[in-house]
Write a protein that binds this ligand. Sequence first.
Ligand code: SF4
Length: 488
Amino acid sequence: MEKTARILDSKEQLRFIELSQKLLKNKENEIGRRLTFHVTTFGCQMNARDSEKLIGILKDIGYVEKDDEDADLVIYNTCTVRDNANQKVYGKLGYLHGYKKKNPLMRIGMCGCMMQEPSVIEKIQKSYPFVDMIFGTHNIYQLGELVYLMLGGEDEAARGIEINRRGQIISVWDEPVGIMEDLPTDRKYPFKSGVNIMYGCDNFCSYCIVPYVRGRERSRDPREVIREIERLSADGVTEVMLLGQNVNSYGRGADFDMNFPALLREVCRVDGIERVRFMTSHPKDLSDELIDVMAYEKKVCRHLHLPLQSGSSRLLEAMNRHYDKEQYLALASHIREAMPDIALTTDIIVGYPTETEEDFLETMDVVEKVRYSAAFTFIYSQRTGTPAARLPMVPEDQVHDRFDRLLALVQEIGAEENGKLVGTRQEVLVEQLNEKEPGLVTGRLSNNLTVHLPGDESLIGRIIPVTITESGGFYLRGKKCTHIFQER
Ligand code: SF4
């Protein structure tokens, strides 16, 4: 079956959503109740944003969202960045099958990065025949059409969609085709939203599967990005997170002339938007121009996620990261000079093949010098198809020993850095009621740190002045300021 991608037309996909509405209504009339759905998201913020689009489409079709997986349609939006992510999904599929045995109407769909691996699709067809629909990262917008087929619709245009002898619907494209705009989406928070500015990655870090499952870099037209943010602002959003695997290469090779710093400036011009965040930056592409824009633009949040991965220049070369230890340290100190109140966070891999104790100590040295407010630390996971997968692994006991030492150092420094905020006045965007402590609400500072403070739901979605009273290491406690203080 040729897995040719085809240009999806948003009008055509909207038509399939309408056609599915009718089929769904008929089904509901037949069974005398509403049909429900649930989307389970694995992995990163890019996946979380994709899930908001899947949820938007299913709600537009007429499904009712459920909080748990005991629903009539369950979609797993999968991640494959580490092997244990795959194992987790296979594990959960097993008990999803349990629900399906009880509810013969139930349908199961799988999408996301894991589905871009041909070996995974084979395994699902062979070992999980109860899965009804498989689609990839490049065609999430085709969900309306796939649901139309699943509900029994006839689709003469079903090119590139395979229906195997078990009736499983499979539509996974090897390559993305363009960027689709204007399809339904359903935000998790009314006051903040992720906004994709680009898709894919061209960096091919030797341990990473992302370029193979998310395709080549393609940047959204800046007019579409600004249009979306204006719509979000009109809809009550005050904080946006600009999303891309490597936002710093925004606009590279595009048919428009705008780079990321220029786009960031434009986003800060949108009325009603008070906070602008972005993720993820690649150190090799982070320009002085971007640092100047961040320092100048008040709306740009004082948090920068700057993945290090390793402090050893030898390993950074082996990882194909295109910067060395000295360059990274110089960049970090330049950022701190320009924005002394910035919080830096990072990603670090421990146990990359051939890592020696000396390499690891280089990583510890960078952590001590840069003083991150937090770090995501990972044990190297072999990903089939990546260059690093062919290299010899570091003995597990050494890896775990190093991981524990790194975690201890990161936590010690993080607590010291975050503790410096006690007694200061800050602004918090209140995001939700505190699930664990009644009477408290939880929000985030501009530097992305979590703060818990007394309050009720009337504060949710508001940016309020607080005094930081206590530090819990990776979170803070505070109280509302009773008097107005000088704006930042
Ligand atoms: S920059 Fe490297 S680690 Fe990040 S997504 Fe691209 S290939 Fe993966």
